[in-house]
Write a protein that binds this ligand. Structure first.
Ligand code: APR
Ligand code: ZN
Length: 235
């Protein structure tokens, strides 16, 4: 295997203390995603939505990468050393892959530690709280800043690059994702249509579990390092 496509979801960051969405104690079990993760919800109550993402941004900054993130950084370096490639596509908006050492991370749902100005449409690395008064550092407009994340009903990022990478992969691996949200949930079917082997590493079987040729149930901090060891050292 030299070209591996890895799709990660909230489950890879669970052991870093960042909650998932659809587990029993997940965000969408406690909050209404339509009020907190849609453009309409933001327009209706920007203070509530800023507060929700400010809390998640603080949590993400306080969290540390876990052995699963570190293993994927090793996989990226190991594959590159043998002329291969890891295409790491994440649905996550935290920066734990980067902080674990991954150098090429495709955030298809945006990034919590970036803010976007809806007036001049520039995005900025952003680690502090955002409020309805925050001025844009580029155009100076106040009240136009939002988290640079993709909400329900908005177009995910980098879809063309993702489709191209998927078509070139020798292996498709989904890690810690419930397979509940498209287009990410459809990538396993696309991989199978390309004749690419598919593997799921997750705690519980995903909604699209039946489409994976192989599934290894367990905690990412254990299953991902073991998988990477197999790929890099034939363990
Ligand atoms: N190790 C491995 N997998 C885990 C762990 C763990 N320690 N803990 C939970 N999981 C698995 C769960 O079994 C579940 O399949 O991670 C998955 C989490 O699923 P979701 O909470 O639905 O998260 P995700 O699939 O990333 O959600 C996709 O939905 O709300 C949107 O934009 C949001 O990017 C998110 C998208
Ligand atoms: Zn601006």
């Amino acid at each position: 295997m030299t070209n591996i496509f890895v799709l990660t979801g909230a489950g890879i960051s669970a052991e870093s203390g960042l909650g998932t969405f659809r587990d029993t104690d997940g965000a969408w079990a406690r909050f209404d995603p339509m009020r907190l993760a849609t453009p309409e919800g933001f327009a209706a109550d920007p203070v509530l939505v800023h507060d929700f993402y400010n809390h998640r941004r603080r949590d993400a900054r306080a969290a540390a990468p876990n052995p699963a993130h570190a293993a994927l950084a090793r996989l990226e370096a190991g594959l590159a050393a043998r002329g291969g490639r890891l295409f790491l596509c994440t649905q996550n908006i935290d920066d734990l892959h980067e902080r674990a050492g991954s150098r090429h991370v495709v955030h298809m749902h945006g990034a919590l530690l970036k803010a976007r100005c809806t007036a001049c449409v520039t995005d900025t690395v952003w680690h502090e709280d955002l409020t309805v008064e925050t001025p844009c550092p580029h155009c100076g407009h106040s009240g136009e800043m939002r988290p640079d994340v993709v909400w329900f009903g908005e177009m995910p990022h980098h879809l063309e690059a993702i489709d191209e990478a998927l078509a070139e992969a020798d292996l498709f691996v989904a890690i810690g994702t419930s397979g509940a949200v498209y287009p990410a949930a459809g990538y396993v079917a696309q991989a199978r249509a390309f004749g690419i082997p598919t593997l799921a590493l997750t705690l519980e079987a995903a909604d699209n579990a039946g489409l994976f040729e192989a599934t290894r149930l367990g905690r990412a901090s254990e299953t991902v390092p073991a998988f990477v060891e197999e790929v890099l050292n034939g363990a």
